[in-house]
Design a protein around this ligand. Structure first.
Ligand SMILES: CC(C)(COP(=O)(O)OP(=O)(O)OC[C@H]1O[C@@H](n2cnc3c(N)ncnc32)[C@H](O)[C@@H]1OP(=O)(O)O)[C@@H](O)C(=O)NCCC(=O)NCCS
Length: 128
């Protein structure tokens, strides 16, 4: 199994104060499907609460989509809690579709249901 991790740090204006904080991260793994094709599973994506809505999640997701595209990977997917509107909006903005709903996926959080959201990346060689 291969693990890909990337993070973004924000450096604040040194005239007020200076800090180097990791404010967001995304972690993915590569999975082999039954037909041999490789897909990316996003295990975690998170941005510290005070830094949300600033485009960091977008940047992290873009990074993974770009890398996947460069590696000719045609599918990225993840699980998201059904009430997580911020995250669902973000994924929809990137062309992810709800491909499955799983009841009682989570054990310790409510609601326990999740969506599987999937983005299919069209590969250049399949274009006519
Ligand atoms: C989901 C998350 C990673 C988004 O990160 P972010 O840095 O705030 O995202 P961005 O600033 O790039 O915003 C991207 C899109 O997310 C959605 N979004 C972000 N904040 C939102 C909010 N407060 N309300 C509604 N939609 C929101 C919007 O669609 C936004 O696109 P827009 O700016 O064009 O409207 C962040 O909210 C987070 O860490 N949440 C908690 C952890 C989590 O739920 N992770 C996902 C698990 S599947």
């Amino acid at each position: 199994m291969f693990l890909l991790q990337t993070s973004i740090s924000i450096f604040q204006d040194s005239t007020t104060y200076y800090s180097d904080i990791c404010v967001g991260s995304i972690a993915c793994r590569l999975e082999k499907k039954e037909d041999g094709a490789i897909r990316v599973y996003i295990m975690t994506l998170g941005v510290l609460a005070p830094y949300r809505g600033l485009g960091i999640g977008t940047k992290l997701l873009n990074h993974v989509i770009d890398l996947s595209s460069k590696e000719n990977i045609g599918e990225i997917y993840l699980h998201v809690q059904t009430n997580n509107e911020d995250a669902i909006n973000l994924y929809k903005k990137f062309g992810f579709e709800i491909t499955e709903t799983i009841k009682n996926y989570y054990v310790r959080i409510t609601p326990p249901d999740c969506y599987v959201v999937t983005k299919y990346i069209r590969q250049p060689q399949s274009e006519k």
